[in-house]
Ligand binder design. Structure first.
Ligand code: CA
Ligand code: CA
Length: 179
């Protein structure tokens, strides 16, 4: 009998987020749904590195703010997208050991170029000979990175390496010519 009464019906549906779009430097890894419920998360991958970030569907029905999908560089450091690295070229002069400490205090290491392209990039910033993160202090004549990795190529200037001087040389400097 009640069924014969005429009433309005209240309709409701959960707020949902739409398909998550690209950001300037990355995109969602996998978009499988046409809409997402509140609290659901998607993973974004940076276009030029393995960095990933999470974006979530907020109670407003919008995706959480995401400036960039890639990692951000620390203060003073500039991003190089091609190499997926942040670089800083300080002006002050240091010994190699002090340079290492200087970089370490910034959470960095003395930069070393794993490719010829990166070697060329580094050299383009060099006005005065500049230490790079390559050393033979562990074993004389065996050159490796300051982090203990093998170096994939060398680009020695003529006559180098020569361990010159009374105390020898265990560090590497690069000139503006990339040697
Ligand atoms: Ca030398
Ligand atoms: Ca040496």
């Amino acid at each position: 009998m009640w069924l014969w009464f005429i009433r309005q019906a209240a309709c409701g549906v959960d707020l949902r987020c739409g398909v998550p779009g690209r950001v300037t430097d990355g995109a969602p890894v996998e978009v499988t749904q046409s809409s997402y419920h509140i609290g659901q998360e998607v993973t974004y991958k940076c276009d030029y590195s393995e960095t990933t970030k999470i974006r979530s569907c907020e109670t407003t029905g919008k995706w959480s703010q995401m400036g960039t999908a890639c990692a951000e560089c620390p203060d003073k450091f500039a991003l190089n997208k091609d190499f997926g690295k942040c670089y800083f070229f300080p002006k002050q002069r240091n010994t190699f050991n002090d340079g290492e400490k200087f970089c370490a205090a910034l959470g960095a290491v003395i930069a070393f170029p794993p490719t010829l392209e990166e070697n060329a990039f580094l050299s383009s910033f060099i006005n005065y000979n500049t230490f790079i993160g390559v050393t033979d202090r562990v074993q004389e004549g065996t050159w490796m990175t300051v982090t203990g990795e093998a170096i994939p190529f060398t680009k020695w200037n003529r006559g180098e390496p020569n361990n010159a001087g009374r105390e020898g040389e265990d560090c590497v400097e690069m000139g503006g010519n990339g040697l």
